[in-house]
Write a protein that binds this ligand. Structure first.
Ligand code: NAD
Length: 446
């Protein structure tokens, strides 16, 4: 099929490349000329495992285009237009301005064309956006009705760092549709995928994405709250507590051979520094704001947000309790991205920890294998932060090491006992094992 993808960020680019890898002819459009030029030269502007390799391998099925007044005309030459523009947060509410702008443009194009085209939203949008907000814009701008054009919602569940694999081997694919032709198009687009496919109206598809993310965020905040209670109570081995909880058959059932399955959900049931990234924080806030608009009480969502927002402070308080004269200490923070295997620092807890430490310590140095350029562009702190490329070399100049992102390379600390002797490690991700660390003050968030 001939597919257009509007918005070539984490979701749009991964989708475009993976769809091309299945034989579709894909053109990715973006309003950012630098991104388009880079991609045209086979260079990914974001870091995602295997993405650049797959892009280069499927270059013959792909093209990239700046989206402007001239090129937008080409959009009517595709079987479907997938929309993957940003839906950031604005005062806790979903900012739909990018969707609005694409909707107006598509409406104008539909008005002047006799072709049927299906507009399919991949961005995460508040339930009711596609069948009301976007539909109204498209109908008003085009003077036509659904049926003359198509409307769909195909939420994306990929996880950054694992996005290519998640797109290629999804747990399910959701076909939200407002007209049967769009449902048929969605079925044809995803024909090469063998996983379960769920057909619903667009509103239910939108809701599925929010419930999925909000539920995972709820688990994270809930466990952080229990861990905070246990710490205050004292003399509780919370790691063992959670080990016992995890072994409950309902969290980790037995497989056919009687062996315990260790499902990924367990990772959400561990205390830490809270959730960050481009999705959970904004999505939980947006669904909570929707509830408020509807006059529905959303006390759980409010608590999830509150616990998460205060968790970085909890972590710095733990450090202050464990280490005297913090102001005289030289800190090395390891990890800036919101999770490993990505360069994305949006809503990264590492940056919040840095803000809280700024001005409170003797010096702050930071390292990340790939996210330092992105962090440099967003950090606005008074104190000078030193960005170090060779973090093992910095250990001799460091009093406290904070593991803020669980990049595998930081497990190497356990093999540097000479260099870390006498130092403090605050491991917010429970990456290391206390037993491996002799002569080190080791603090975790258990
Ligand atoms: P992003 O900011 O990385 O990319 C958005 C892209 O859209 C940018 O390159 C921007 O230049 C472009 N753009 C903005 N307005 C445009 C327009 N009018 N025409 C053409 N291009 C335009 O965002 P993202 O992380 O890819 O997220 C996109 C959507 O997918 C969001 O709604 C997000 O919530 C959702 N989502 C993200 C993830 C994730 O892990 N990042 C996962 C699932 C869903």
């Amino acid at each position: 099929m001939k597919l257009a993808v509007i918005g070539t960020g984490y979701v749009g680019l991964v989708s475009g490349v993976c769809l091309a890898s299945k034989g579709h002819l894909v053109t990715c459009f973006d309003i950012n000329e630098t991104i388009v030029n880079q991609l045209d030269n086979g260079i990914c502007h974001i870091y995602e495992n295997d993405l650049e390799k797959l892009l280069i391998a499927n270059k013959s099925n792909m093209s990239f285009s700046l989206l402007d007044d001239e090129t937008e005309q080409h959009l009517m030459n595709f079987d479907a237009v997938l929309v993957a523009v940003g839906t950031p947060t604005n005062n806790g509410r979903a900012d739909l301005s990018q969707i609005e702008s694409v909707g107006k443009m598509m409406g104008r194009l539909i008005k002047n064309s006799n072709e049927y085209i299906s507009v399919i939203i991949k961005s995460t949008v508040i339930p009711g956006t596609t069948d009301t907000f976007l539909k109204d814009i498209l109908e008003k701008e085009s003077g036509k009705k659904i049926g003359d054009f198509g409307l769909g919602m195909n939420p994306e569940f990929l996880r950054e760092g694992n996005a290519v694999e998640d797109f290629q081997f999804p747990d399910r694919i959701v076909f939200g549709y407002e007209d049967l032709k769009t449902l048929d198009i969605l079925n044809r687009i995803y024909e090469p995928w063998a996983c379960e496919k769920i057909e619903v109206n667009t509103r239910s598809a939108e809701m599925m994405k929010y419930v999925n993310n909000a539920l995972l965020a709820t688990l994270i905040s809930t466990i952080n709250e229990y861990s905070n209670i246990a710490r205050e109570l004292g003399n509780v081995d919370f790691k063992k507590v959670m080990q016992g909880v995890h072994l409950d058959n309902r969290w980790s059932p037995l497989d056919g051979d009687g062996k315990k399955i260790n499902p990924q959900i367990i990772d959400y049931l561990k205390p830490g520094c809270g959730y960050g990234g481009s999705c959970f924080p904004k999505d939980v806030m947006a669904i909570s704001a929707l509830a408020e608009d509807l006059g529905v009480s959303s006390r759980i969502l409010s608590a999830v947000i509150e616990v998460n927002e205060t968790q970085p402070e909890v972590i710095i308080d733990i450090l202050k309790k464990e280490v005297s004269q913090l102001e005289s200490k030289r800190i090395l923070m390891l990890g800036l991205s919101f999770k490993p295997e990505t360069d994305d620092v949006r809503e990264s807890v590492s940056l919040k920890l840095l803000e809280l430490l700024d001005g409170q310590v003797k010096s702050l140095s930071v390292h990340d294998p790939i996210a330092m350029p992105n962090a440099k562009s967003v950090l606005k702190l008074d104190n000078n932060i030193e960005f170090v490329d060779d973090w093992p070399n910095k250990l001799s100049d460091t009093d406290i090491i904070i593991i803020a992102t669980n990049w595998v390379e930081y497990t190497g600390l356990a093999n540097m006992l000479d260099q870390i002797e006498g130092k403090t490690i605050l491991d917010t991700r429970s990456l290391l094992n206390q037993d491996d660390l002799l002569n080190v003050k080791y603090i975790t968030i258990n």
